[in-house]
Structures are given as structure tokens and as C-alpha cells.
Design a protein around this ligand. Structure first.
Ligand SMILES: NC(=O)c1ccc[n+]([C@@H]2O[C@H](COP(=O)([O-])OP(=O)(O)OC[C@H]3O[C@@H](n4cnc5c(N)ncnc54)[C@H](OP(=O)(O)O)[C@@H]3O)[C@@H](O)[C@H]2O)c1
Length: 354
């Protein structure tokens, strides 16, 4: 059997929550090593010193540096951009042109239509020429395109939970594509690690609030992907909430059944069949509901189903971990595919329960 070469990985945004999670995952990867880690504020520090959890693990001796595209092209086979939207698109062209595979965590390459990006992110796009080739990296749906891609747009965390939740009932023709309401709750790490009043302990603990209404930036991304699945243009309502927990997303998705008398067992059969070969999508038996703690730190997406004949609704509950499945783990799955490895290399751990 041919020996698998070790893939050299660069990570820009090492000090953020998504970067921290990816450093954790890379330390346990059998064939990928962190060789470059970038931050402007912490440049010069040894990673094992900055992140004590990494000491004595692979990656600990990497010294944090300021991003330099030329150095990245020399040192890396794949670069993860765990930086804010608007920053990634400045870094990507030189990397792609230099032959490095890029997985971008931000929204910069998720939206196919540059005008939609500019309207919702209120930024001029600086690399629109790369938009047509960027692949939306949801591995369950787009694995073949991801394998061939030079640039993968890693999906947003809320969109991941909502698209995976809706996929099987929509594809199975069980629900109407219009009138969908996605009501989502996220832990505070979803807002990133950059300090701000809104994420202070006293502002998050012991309270519960919605935000970003009615134009949260994930809305056009969800609509773009759900429209592609439904085969028609879909408009939906998306309401995100912040809950006092560190990590995890629970999306409660209200839909209308095409046939109001459809039973939950019928929907369950369609969903179970759709996801039977997926390593990570788990459809819960009727009567069971998902919880964030059962997917913590993992790639799992747990889906619960409730059919309500009184209202003719199918309520879908979809749960993921925002940092692993919704960011770093999904990015690693995409990089695995781009580098010719099994999609779940370094990602097979189950979730810690408490
Ligand atoms: N948190 C989540 O749950 C989540 C989920 C899905 C996707 N994402 C996406 O992942 C990306 C990172 O999110 P995060 O939550 O990890 O953010 P974060 O905690 O705020 O970290 C951002 C990182 O990017 C670096 N950075 C910021 N501005 C930069 C610039 N102009 N040039 C170079 N580096 C810069 C920061 O380091 P320095 O300032 O020291 O350079 C830091 O390491 C974002 O695009 C976010 O939307 C996050």
C-alpha cells in the first residue's frame, strides 16, 4: 500500500476560538501536521506556551508568526483561514495562485453572487474572480467537488445545522419549501474570542436573547443552499439566539408537511435512509430529541423529528457543535478530502458528555 505523505498545514487565526479548536484536532491527526500558525497579536510565542493544552503534543513547538503569503506557499500544502470575513479574501488569491489548497472559515467565498455578498456583508469583494471555483464545503453534499477544489468555503455554523436538518425531508418531497422558520440558539463561542461588551460573562450568563433580526448574515447563505436542494428559490425566516453556554447550536426548524397526515415514522424512514451512509448525521428515533451535550466537540449532527397532525407541521430539531462541526472539524474534513485522505481522518472521536 502506498504510504500516505504527511500534509503540512498552516492556520491563520490561531488565537481565535475556531483556530483553537483546529489546533486541538490537528494535534490528533494521523497524517496532517501544523507547521505554521498565525496571529498578529501573539506573534513570537511558542504555541505550547500560548495554549497549555497543546504542550507535549504535535504543534507545540510551532512559533506563532504574522501571516506572510510567500512563506505560507513555501511551507504549507493546505492553509486554513480562521479569520473574519473581509480578511480571508485578501489572503486567498496569493495562496491559491501559489498552489496551496485553501479552506476559508469565513463567509468570503460562500455566496455565489457577489452582489448578495456585498449587500449583506457591506464590503466590496476583493477577489470575485475566485467565487465561481469556490466549493461550498458541506462534505455530505459536495464531497466530490471538494476533492477537486483549490478553494473551499467552509459553511457557517447556523447554516450547517439548518441545511442538514432540512435536506432529507426536502429531497424526499415531504415538506413545502416555502414558509420555513429556522429558530436557532447558539453558545457564546459562536461570537468569537475578540473581547466585546456583548459577550462579557455578566452580559451572557443568566439571560437569553435574540439578535441580528431580521437580517442576520447567515440568511442568504441558508437560502442559497436550501434553494439548491429544493430546486426553487426559497425565502425563509431565520432567528438566532444567544444562550448562556460555551458551545453548541440547536436549531428548531418549523416546516409545513405537504401531506398534513404524514406520520413521524414515515419522515423518520426517509431521513434514516438518506443518511444511512453518513458517518456523522444521526437521525434520532421518533420520540427522542437531540441535545447539544451529546455532540460536544464532535462532527455529529443529531436530528430529531416531530410531526404535528393538528397543525400539519413537521418540526425538525438539529443539533451541532459550532466550533467542531460548525467550523474547525468541518474544515478539517474538507482538507482531508482535498488532500486525498478519508473524510474522517483525525475526526472519529466521540463527544465528551460533560
Ligand atoms: N466561532 C464560531 O463558532 C465560528 C463558526 C463558524 C465559522 N466561524 C468563522 O471562523 C472565523 C474565525 O472565527 P472565530 O470565532 O475563531 O473568531 P475570533 O475568535 O475573533 O478569532 C479571529 C482570529 O483571526 C485573527 N485576525 C483577526 N483579524 C485579522 C486580520 N485582519 N488579519 C489577520 N488575522 C486576523 C485573530 O488574531 P490576531 O487579531 O491576533 O491577528 C484571531 O486569531 C470567522 O470568519 C468566523 O465567522 C466561526
Amino acid at each position: 500500500m502506498a504510504e500516505i505523505q504527511t500534509i503540512r498545514a498552516g492556520l491563520v487565526g490561531i488565537t481565535g476560538y475556531a483556530g483553537m479548536e483546529l489546533a486541538r484536532l490537528l494535534a490528533g491527526h494521523p497524517n496532517m501536521r501544523l507547521v505554521m500558525a498565525c496571529s498578529r497579536a501573539e506573534a513570537g510565542r511558542r504555541l505550547g506556551e500560548y495554549y497549555p493544552f497543546l504542550e507535549k503534543l504535535p504543534g507545540a513547538d510551532v512559533v506563532i508568526s504574522v501571516f506572510d503569503a510567500e512563506a505560507a506557499v513555501k511551507q504549507c500544502d493546505v492553509v486554513f483561514l480562521a479569520v473574519p470575513a473581509g480578511t480571508a479574501m485578501k489572503m486567498t488569491p496569493a495562496l491559491v495562485e501559489g498552489g496551496v489548497r485553501v479552506v476559508d472559515f469565513s463567509a468570503d467565498f460562500r455566496l455565489h453572487d457577489v452582489h448578495v455578498y456585498e449587500e449583506w456583508y457591506r464590503l466590496p469583494h476583493e477577489a470575485p474572480a475566485l467565487l465561481p471555483e469556490a466549493v461550498y464545503g458541506l462534505p455530505e453534499l459536495n464531497a466530490n467537488s471538494v476533492r477537486r477544489a483549490r478553494l473551499v468555503a467552509n459553511p457557517g455554523c447556523y447554516p450547517t445545522s439548518i441545511i442538514l436538518g432540512l435536506y432529507a425531508p426536502l429531497m424526499g418531497g415531504l415538506i413545502e419549501p416555502d414558509g420555513i422558520i429556522a429558530d436557532s440558539k447558539s453558545g457564546a463561542t459562536g461570537a468569537g474570542r475578540k473581547p466585546g461588551t456583548a459577550t462579557l460573562f455578566s452580559e451572557v450568563a443568566d439571560t437569553f436573547r435574540a439578535y441580528g433580526l431580521p437580517r442576520h448574515r447567515h440568511t442568504p447563505e441558508i437560502e442559497q443552499e436550501v434553494s439548491a436542494i429544493a430546486g426553487q428559490e426559497v425565502r425563509l425566516s431565520f432567528t438566532p439566539h444567544l444562550v448562556p453556554m460555551n458551545r453548541g447550536i440547536l436549531s428548531t426548524i418549523y416546516t409545513r408537511l405537504k401531506k398534513p397526515g404524514t406520520t413521524v415514522e414515515e419522515v423518520y424512514e426517509v431521513c434514516r435512509e438518506t443518511w444511512k451512509d453518513s458517518p456523522w448525521v444521526r437521525v434520532l428515533a421518533p420520540g427522542r430529541l437531540p441535545e447539544t451535550r451529546f455532540v460536544r466537540g464532535s462532527m455529529f449532527c443529531d436530528i430529531g423529528l416531530v410531526a404535528d397532525p393538528r397543525t400539519g407541521r413537521l418540526i425538525i430539531l438539529s443539533v451541532i457543535d459550532n466550533l467542531c462541526r460548525g467550523a474547525a472539524g468541518q474544515a478539517l474534513a474538507n482538507a482531508n478530502l482535498m488532500c486525498g485522505m478519508p473524510v474522517d481522518a483525525g475526526l472519529s472521536d466521540s463527544a465528551p458528555l460533560v
